[in-house]
Design a protein around this ligand. Structure first.
Ligand code: BLA
Length: 514
């Protein structure tokens, strides 16, 4: 089996993807000094558009290299958006940004599809197409679905996904639009290492990237290192930036010919990506990319608002759950029976798959705990409670997402009890409410093999992206989804309510569980 260690994966996190010193061949890059306009760096393919190669161009004032007035037009262009210009008889989009103290101009010839209309028209048309369905969408899922469909219409890709990060930065495809006959990735989960930490940081600052052809040959920069820094030109903000070879291999392994992605931010944090695949190489013009960026910004704002609404709704739901759970019990002759009947609510309260209530004399050595949903056996729960009773529990709560690490007797029961949220209900006697969660690997559909399996060839020591999946599976083995602050709050609130019930009915409970 492929052997990929954590060390290999930390290499991924360290690859300086903004300093790879190359561009994709779909355009030409020229960096020049702001004051003198002297060309300082140029891509090796410059002759294709500029009529002369790096040797002839370096040190020349850019105004002598470019058609008359072109640079002024680009500089006058509105903000960071693309401007359409004509260079060597080809209509191109021009983008300008600053890096390493230089101005960086990127020229990309337009495809026939886009050459007929102005950049502004293309962008405006796309934005209109993208925005109007958003305004009509009700609810987050519908919103994301509309966004995926609209983006697919604008860029013409085979598969457009909304990829959402979880707290541990592994991700899930939560909405998708695919061309008929193309495999769906909807609902699949991918490990955090598929989009390493420096890539996530870069994508937070620069929201759009296009890999128009995963097999395109990288074009080098001349000179390869800047004299001042002795490093390649920083391409963080460059649209033509070439990408990590590891990632290209990953895309090829998935059967993808082109990849385009746009960041979704919430309160300045990376919330997810619109991740788009075409099965064969396909360009997306700068204008269409910009339109998608506008969509992503609007979507992000709307998502943040929806999320706040959802959080409020979830709060309200928990509060009403507590009322349903507790109110009848207060007058109820048989609170344990009442709780049993409400098992689904009790589990929903904390998002658990099982609950054990150890109340009254059920905590005694021979009594049976009340077990609801997927839990360890009564004997295992009794032993666990005996262990818990000996422990100092800050605030009367223990929550772990790897129970097996702190309590080895249940290490082999990650199928039901990888996660434990325990609340001690009474300081004097060992009364507990215990919520259980199974290990993550059992609760999510992970994408170990979304398309083609990757078998490392013998003697091939390089890290294979799909092999990272096995590492993740190892990492998540024995671990549940972590308990959220809201889960803990809900458990504490239930404790407050249950304590009253327990005290009132201790005697009756004791009889019941005998
Ligand atoms: C980048 N990885 C990315 C990107 C995506 C993914 C979307 C952004 C670049 C792009 O738009 O293609 C991952 N793509 C996915 C996922 C899905 C998808 C999860 O469509 C699911 C549907 N990748 C690995 C491993 C490494 C790795 C093991 O699997 C490291 C060794 C690296 N991924 C990696 C790197 C980048 C990346 C370095 C940055 C590429 C760049 O921008 O230069």
């Amino acid at each position: 089996s492929p052997s990929v260690s954590d060390a290999d994966l930390s290499v991924c996190d360290r690859e300086p993807i903004h300093l790879l010193g190359g561009i994709q061949p779909r355009g030409v890059l020229v960096a020049f000094h702001q004051d003198t306009e002297a060309v300082a760096v140029v891509s090796a393919n410059a002759a294709a558009l500029l009529g002369a190669g790096p040797d002839a161009l370096l040190g020349q004032p850019l105004s002598r290299v470019l058609p008359h007035g072109l640079l002024a037009r680009v500089e006058a262009g509105a903000g960071p958006g693309p401007v359409t210009v004509e260079v060597s008889g080809q209509r191109c989009s021009a983008l300008l940004h600053d890096s390493d103290g230089l101005r960086v101009l990127e020229l990309e010839p337009l495809t026939d599809e886009d050459a007929g209309t102005s950049t502004e028209e293309t962008a405006l048309g796309a934005v209109q197409r993208l925005v109007s369905p958003l305004a009509r969408a009700k609810g987050t899922v519908a919103l994301l679905q509309h966004a995926a469909e609209a983006v697919r219409e604008v860029i013409g890709y085979d598969r457009v996904m909304v990829y959402r990060f979880h707290a541990d930065f592994h991700g899930e495809v939560v909405a998708e639009s695919v061309r008929e006959g193309v495999d769906s990735f909807l609902g699949l989960h991918f490990p955090a290492s598929d989009i390493p930490v420096q890539a996530r940081a870069l994508y937070t600052r620069h929201p759009v990237r296009l890999i128009a052809d995963v097999d395109a040959k990288v074009v080098g920069l001349v000179p390869p290192l800047l004299p001042g820094t002795q490093r390649p030109l920083d391409l963080s903000g460059a649209a033509l930036r070439s990408v990590s070879e590891i990632h290209l291999e990953y895309l090829r392994n998935m059967g993808v010919g082109a990849s385009f992605s746009v960041s979704l931010l919430k309160d300045g944090q990376l919330w997810g990506l619109m991740a788009c695949h075409h099965l064969t190489p396909r360009k997306v013009s700068a204008a269409r990319r910009q339109a998608c960026e506008v969509l992503a910004r609007l979507l992000s704002l709307q998502l943040a608002a929806e999320e706040r609404g959802l959080e409020a709704a979830a709060q309200a739901r928990r509060a009403s759950l507590l009322n349903v759970l507790v109110l009848p019990n207060l007058g109820e002759r048989s609170p344990a029976r009442a709780l049993e009947a409400q098992a689904p609510l009790l589990m929903e309260l904390t998002g658990a798959h099982g609950v054990a209530l150890v109340l009254g004399a059920s905590a005694g050595p021979d009594a049976s705990p009340l077990l609801l949903g997927s839990t360890p056996s009564a004997d295992e729960v009794r032993a666990l409670v005996a262990w818990l009773a000996e422990r100092e529990l800050p605030d009367d709560v223990l929550h772990v997402d790897r129970l097996g690490d702190v309590y080895p007797p249940l290490a082999s029961r990650a199928d039901v009890a990888a996660g434990l949220l325990a609340v001690r209900l009474d300081p004097a006697v060992p009364h507990f409410a215990l919520w259980f969660r199974p290990e993550v690997a059992r609760t999510v559909a992970w994408a170990g093999n979304p398309n083609k399996p990757v078998r490392p060839e013998p003697g091939h020591e390089r890290l294979r992206p799909r092999a990272s999946f096995d590492v993740w599976r190892e990492e998540t083995r024995g671990a549940s989804q972590p308990w959220s602050l809201q889960d803990l709050e809900a458990a504490r609130a239930l404790k407050g309510a249950l304590v009253g019930v327990v005290l009132r009915h201790a005697e009756e409970l004791a009889q019941l569980s005998r």
